[in-house]
Ligand binder design. Structure first.
Ligand code: COA
Length: 415
C-alpha cells in the first residue's frame, strides 16, 4: 500500500527533540527524510543519556526512526555545494538551529528561493519575532514562557513543569501541520513558503484554556471550579489548579487501594453531571441525588473537596483497575494513573502499533512510541533509526555523484 507523503523529500536539518519529532512523523507518513548531520559527531542526542556503551542513545533512536542519515560539513565550501544540490532535490527543509544559524551558513531564505522556488523552509524557534527572538530555548524554557508552568502544580508550591514534552514534541507536531498545509498550498501556487512554529506559541496554544480563565478571572474575580474556591483567595493571575479538571466537569485525583506503597495507585475521577445519580448510588450517598445542596453542578462547586473526599473513601477500597472497571460499567468518566512501566507492558498499545519494538544493529531491541496518528490508507511501518552517515553514499549516488566524486568529497572532509 502507498503512503500519504510518498514522493515528498525532506532535507532534515533538525537536532535534539523538537525538530526530529516533526520529521519522524513525516517519515511515518511516507516522506523520504534525509537527516543531515555533522561528520564524526552527528545529532548531539546520539550520545546523550546513553544506556548502552557506544550505541546511539534511546533519546536519539526514539526520535529518528524511518529516516536516512548523511554526514555533511555545511561550512566546507565543497559541502556547501552538496547542500545546494540537496536543496534543489528536496521539497522541504526543516531546521531547528539557534536563530540565525542557517543565515550564517550562507543559506538565507532568498538564497534558498534562488536555488529552489518550490522549497518550503520550516523552522522551530524558541520565540517568534520580538524581544526574545535571538534566545536559545529548550523544552522547559518554553513551558515556562508559554504559560504552562505558572498554571501547573499546587497553589501552595512553586510553578511546575510537566512530563509531557509540550514545548519540544508539541511544537514538532505544530510544525508538521504547517508543513503539510504548505505542501497543499503549493499544489495551487507552485511556490514554497516559510513555516515558523515558535515553542512559546505552541505551548500557549496548548494552554489556551488558561487564557480563557485569565479573562474570566479579570471579569469576575473568581474561578469557581478551581480548588481555591470557596475558601482560598484569588490574585490577579490564573492560579495553579492542582489536579482540578481544566473544563466544566469537575475532577480530581483520588487514592486507590495500595496508595501507601505504590506511588501510582490513584485514579482520576470526574463528577460528570449526567451521571451524578449513578455516582451517588455507587458510593452510598443516594440522598445527594435530591438534596438541593448537592443536586446541581452549581450547588456542588463550593463542596467539591468534601464530595471528592467522600468518593475517595470508596476508591481507597479498590485497586485503580477494579475502580476503573466498576465506574465504566456505569459510564462514569475516570482514568487510572498508569506508570511508564505499566504502559510499556500494555499489550493493547502493542497491538495498535502505538508502542513498537524495533531491532537495532548496535543496541539491539528497544521500545519506541509509534505513530499516534493512524491513517487507514497510509499505515505506518516503524523502522529503526539510522546509524550516523549510514546513507551518505546511497543519497550522494541518488543526487548524481559518481564514486570518484564521492571519494574526493570524503577526502576534502565535506562528507
Ligand atoms: N556542518 C557544519 N556546521 C553545522 C552543521 C553541519 N552539518 N550542522 C549544524 N552546524 C552548526 C550550525 O551552523 C551552528 O553554527 P554557528 O553557531 O556557527 O552558526 C552550530 O552548528 C550550532 O547550532 P545550534 O543550533 O546553535 O546548536 P546549539 O547546540 O548551540 O543550540 C539549541 C541548541 C537547541 C539551544 C538551539 O539549536 C535552538 O535554540 N534551537 C531552536 C529552538 C529549539 O528547537 N529548541 C529545542 C531543542 S529540542
Amino acid at each position: 500500500m502507498g503512503k500519504a507523503l510518498d514522493g515528498v523529500r525532506i532535507l532534515d536539518f533538525t537536532h535534539v527533540q523538537s525538530g526530529p519529532t516533526c520529521t519522524q512523523l513525516l517519515a511515518w507518513f511516507g516522506a523520504d527524510v534525509i537527516k543531515v548531520e555533522r561528520a564524526g559527531a552527528g545529532d548531539i542526542t546520539r550520545e546523550q543519556l546513553r544506556d548502552v556503551p557506544d550505541a546511539d542513545s534511546l533519546y536519539f533512536t526514539m526520535l529518528n526512526g524511518n529516516k536516512r542519515s548523511i554526514t555533511l560539513d555545511t561550512k566546507n565550501p565543497e559541502g556547501k555545494r552538496v547542500l545546494e544540490t540537496l536543496i534543489q532535490h528536496c521539497d522541504v527543509l526543516v531546521e531547528n538551529f539557534a536563530p540565525g544559524a542557517l543565515d550564517r551558513m550562507g543559506f538565507t531564505w532568498e538564497r534558498i528561493q534562488e536555488l529552489n522556488p518550490r522549497m518550503i523552509v520550516a523552522s522551530v524557534k524558541g520565540f517568534g519575532p520580538g524581544p526574545y527572538e535571538d534566545c536559545k530555548v529548550y523544552e522547559n524554557v518554553a513551558q515556562c514562557a508559554g504559560g504552562a508552568a505558572s498554571t501547573t502544580g499546587f497553589a501552595d508550591g512553586p510553578p511546575v513543569v510537566t512530563g509531557a514534552q509540550i514545548g519540544d514534541s508539541g511544537t514538532g507536531l505544530h510544525l508538521a501541520l504547517g508543513i503539510v498545509t504548505a505542501l497543499y498550498q503549493r499544489v495551487q501556487t507552485g511556490r514554497g513558503q516559510k513555516v515558523l512554529a515558535a515553542m512559546q506559541d505552541g505551548v500557549l496554544n496548548l494552554c489556551r484554556v488558561k487564557l480563557r480563565d485569565q479573562q474570566r478571572l479579570d471579569r469576575t474575580g473568581v474561578l469557581k471550579e478551581y480548588p481555591q474556591f470557596p475558601n482560598g483567595t484569588f490574585g490577579e493571575a490564573v492560579p495553579r489548579a492542582g489536579n482540578a479538571s481544566g473544563g466544566g466537569q469537575p475532577g480530581w485525583i483520588l487514592k486507590c487501594k495500595g496508595w501507601g506503597t505504590d506511588p501510582n495507585a490513584y485514579i482520576y475521577f470526574i463528577t460528570q453531571a449526567p451521571v451524578w445519580d449513578r455516582i451517588c448510588k455507587l458510593i452510598g450517598r443516594e440522598e445527594w441525588i435530591s438534596d438541593p445542596d448537592y443536586a446541581t453542578p452549581n450547588a456542588r462547586l463550593p463542596k467539591l473537596k468534601e464530595i471528592f473526599a467522600e468518593i475517595e473513601h470508596w476508591t481507597m477500597q479498590r485497586t485503580k483497575f477494579e475502580a476503573m472497571a466498576l465506574l465504566n460499567k456505569y459510564d462514569i468518566p475516570c482514568g487510572p494513573i498508569l506508570s511508564m512501566k505499566e504502559i510499556a507492558e500494555d499489550q493493547s498499545l502493542r497491538a495498535t502499533g502505538t508502542i513498537v519494538e524495533v531491532d537495532h544493529p548496535v543496541r539491539g531491541k528497544y521500545l519506541t512510541v509509534g505513530n499516534p496518528i493512524k491513517l487507514s490508507d497510509s499505515p505506518t511501518d516503524v523502522k529503526r533509526s539510522p546509524l550516523l552517515g549510514e546513507h551518505t553514499e546511497e543519497v550522494m549516488a541518488e543526487l548524481g555523484y559518481s564514486s570518484e566524486q564521492i571519494n574526493a568529497l570524503r577526502a576534502a572532509g565535506a562528507i
